[in-house]
Design a binder for this molecule. Structure first.
Ligand code: FMN
Length: 212
């Protein structure tokens, strides 16, 4: 069984999203002797920022007329789609940056959508976990309620455009302990951390049961 794991954090040390991903990956690996994990680290090894425009222009150009750059970009998009199509389950770990979607995740999604196979929803009903972390808190009634412009878009793409069956684990207040202005939220943040870890393991078991 193969899990495809994508990490969008730009850091490794102390990364809350990777830590949730690690829990899910560990549970996955322990589920079966030949459990495989294919990883793509878009936060630290970004996809080229010009690949998307080249892949779009490639898709409008007959194959024999494409430039080498267009061919490479279309090939890269194809590789990204292959990684998802070949997987039995999918895990995305994603931080909130500047109230929006990480540019690296956006490039990954945009490139994938250029692949002609995507119009027939080759990922339909595949199971996925989205682990999303935020430095602050965005719940109803908080001052930043409505400021997370990433999660809804990501789910729109994964669920409605690609047809994935997605469960979500969220961890907020990851900047508590980092930003002294948030010190008064230490207990709440610790509770959110624990809850997210429990849910991550639960979701991993869900992925395993669906992929088996
Ligand atoms: C450049 C940058 C921008 C960020 N913007 C936001 C933001 O808009 N809202 C928020 O809640 N947290 C923001 N954060 C905090 C991150 O979401 C938080 O630190 C998260 O834990 C990062 O993921 P990681 O721990 O997996 O690296 C930002 C962090 C960085 C480095």
């Amino acid at each position: 069984m193969t899990l495809f794991r994508l990490d969008a954090s730009i850091q490794t040390q102390g990364s809350a999203s990777r830590a949730l991903g690690d829990l899910i990956e560990k549970t996955w690996r322990e589920s079966e002797i030949d459990a495989q994990v294919i990883r793509r680290n878009i936060g630290l090894e970004p996809l080229p920022s010009d690949a998307w425009a080249l892949a779009v222009s490639a898709s409008r150009t007959p194959e024999q007329d494409r430039t080498p750059d267009q061919k490479n970009a279309a090939g890269l998009a194809g590789t990204l789609v292959d990684e998802l199509v070949d997987a039995d389950a999918i895990l995305l770990t994603v931080p909130l940056y500047n109230f929006g979607v990480s540019q690296h995740l956006k490039t990954w999604v945009d490139l994938i959508i250029t692949d002609p196979r995507m119009s027939s929803q080759p990922l339909k009903d595949k199971h996925a976990v989205l682990a999303i972390v935020r430095g602050g808190a965005y719940g109803p009634g908080t001052p930043r309620d409505g400021w997370d412009h990433a999660t809804a878009w990501i789910l729109r793409i994964l669920r409605d455009v690609w047809g994935l069956d997605v469960v979500v684990v969220e961890r907020e207040f990851t900047l508590v302990g980092v930003n002294p202005a948030l010190d008064s939220f230490a207990d709440l943040a610790a509770e959110m951390h624990r809850d997210a870890e429990h849910l991550a393991v639960h979701h991993a078991q869900h992925l395993i049961s669906k992929a088996a």
